[in-house]
Design a protein around this ligand. Structure first.
Ligand SMILES: [Zn+2]
Length: 200
């Protein structure tokens, strides 16, 4: 009999705990490198991103969603970032998008077509739209990851509940080689803003 995915995980887990394989991962909830990362849930990044950024267990807070997007200034991603900064001693923020992201070119029409195929009644979809739920906005990704990373960085840098001297960096990682491209450097941004202030 084939074991289900859940059964597989549970039986592996029993061995894992019994053999004390967790010992190499023991650490605290505070990030040793005092940083928080917002990145994508892409499967290729699960191990690649921490290795490519030289992160071990305990080094960083990592928040993931589809596309590394901050889509709402008062949504759960921003809340996680705020908690990381004030409660968990993160002193820098890294937004790390990636090339070949599934959120590139995602549009609500495609997603809703698949939902209909899987049995979600069209009537129900139209009802949600009539009720004022903007599915179009809700289920849309971005055209270019570069712009999307910059947008998310902007939202975080300008957030009213975060300190002005918090460095927020924007990067793009290659999901094959792990190469990082720095799109915007948070230290430079803070320095240029400071300069702008003294000039005025
Ligand atoms: Zn992605």
């Amino acid at each position: 009999m084939n074991m289900s995915l859940l059964d597989n995980i549970v039986s592996h887990n029993e061995q894992f705990v019994e053999n004390k394989q967790y010992e190499q991962f023991l650490t605290s909830k505070f990030p040793d490198k005092k940083m928080v990362i917002l990145t994508c849930m892409d499967t290729r990044l699960t191990e690649l991103l921490p290795r490519a950024m030289n992160l071990r267990n305990g080094d960083a807070k990592i928040i993931k969603n589809a596309g590394a997007l901050v889509s709402h200034p008062f949504g759960s991603i921003m809340r996680s970032l705020i908690v990381a900064v004030y409660d968990l001693s993160a002193e820098e923020v890294f937004v790390v998008g990636h090339y070949d992201c599934g959120m590139t070119g995602l549009n609500s029409e495609k997603v809703l077509a698949k939902a209909r195929e899987r049995g979600v009644p069209d009537k129900l979809i139209r009802m949600l739209e009539h009720a004022g739920i903007e599915l179009d906005k809700f289920l849309t990704g971005f055209e270019r990851v570069h712009d999307s990373v910059l947008n998310s960085v902007e939202v975080i840098r300008n957030h009213p509940l975060l300190p002005a001297n918090l460095p927020v960096h924007g990067l793009i990682i290659s999901p094959e080689t792990g190469r990082l491209d720095v799109i915007t450097d948070g230290y430079e941004y803070i320095a240029s803003r400071e300069q702008g202030k003294t000039r005025r």
